[in-house]
Write a protein that binds this ligand. Structure first.
Ligand code: BTN
Length: 264
């Protein structure tokens, strides 16, 4: 019987992916600095669309806005996926939103719990973050076109002991009663990820994203440069932009950045 503490294993993940699964180009590392950094190194030399790097531990895991992503051994899933088909730069946000939907669907499938998404890409359960996504685009220096995208997903799976302040804001998906091991969960996620990726322009993905949004209808503040601005989150547009109304009545669409919810 498998348990939450099973080590990540390429053979087991592939077995769970089943036959006819196209994206089996998976490598599992015991420890690495960062799967996003390694995938970038690999892509510079030669790497195919779909290459997926997964690690048990990251010693220099990276989050958005230059932050560190806590990536302890044996309890998380740290994964980066290389996407090579040319997509317009304005659609990269769709990839990030689609990835958070894929993660929510995977959690719902195995845990029968309802995770929520904090714009743009953080997945929360019980008011604490269980996953973050860092999408990095590498553009051609001459044409400016996107050469490839690296989608990095950090999942606190059974992670329990967070250091210092992180304890207050992060938690793991699985508790000690869960018997869904990380290999099974990883395979479920990859199946959902590629199914949604292949239908990236399907409007229902954004509907599924919005259904799980913890931001729409809330008072928020957003960071621009070094300044926080108060706003009300009205909706999310078709490409993942957050439509907000400022206190002076002006409406804006945010396409990147940091927001926080304001409690009344
Ligand atoms: C965030 O919450 O700000 C995004 C965190 C993204 C973390 C993942 S873990 C796998 C991949 N490798 C990294 O160094 N970062 C991403």
């Amino acid at each position: 019987m498998s348990n939450v503490k099973d080590m990540l294993d390429k053979g087991k993940i592939i077995e769970k992916l089943g036959q006819n699964f196209e994206y089996e180009n998976i490598e599992v590392y015991k420890s690495i600095d960062s799967t996003n950094t390694e995938l970038k190194r690999r892509a510079k030399i030669v790497a195919n669309h779909g290459l997926t790097l997964i690690a048990e531990e990251q010693t220099a895991g990276r989050g958005r806005m230059g932050r560190h992503f806590y990536s302890p051994a044996n309890t998380g899933i740290y994964m980066s996926i290389l996407l090579k088909p040319l997509i317009p730069a304005e659609d990269t946000l769709l990839i990030t939103t689609m990835t958070s939907v894929a993660l929510c669907l995977s959690i719902e499938e195995h845990f029968h719990k309802k995770p929520v998404i904090k714009w743009v890409n953080d997945v929360y359960m019980d008011n604490k973050k269980v996953s973050g996504i860092l999408t990095e685009a590498v553009s051609n220096a001459v044409t400016g076109e996107i050469e490839y995208l690296i989608v990095g997903i950090g999942i606190n799976y059974s992670t329990g002991d967070f250091p210092g302040d992180i304890e207050e804001i992060a938690t793991g998906i699985a508790d000690e009663t869960s018997d869904v091991d990380r290999n099974t969960f990883t395979a479920t996620f990859l199946k959902n990820f590629w199914r949604l990726f292949e239908n990236i322009y399907d409007k229902s993905i954004m509907e599924q994203y919005k259904e799980r949004s913890m931001v729409i209808g809330k008072d928020i503040r957003f960071l621009e440069g070094k300044e926080w601005t108060n706003a009300h989150a009205l909706d999310i547009d078709d490409v993942g932009g957050l439509i907000v109304r400022l206190e002076n009545g002006e409406e804006r669409v945010l396409s990147t950045g940091e927001i926080s919810l304001r409690l009344r």
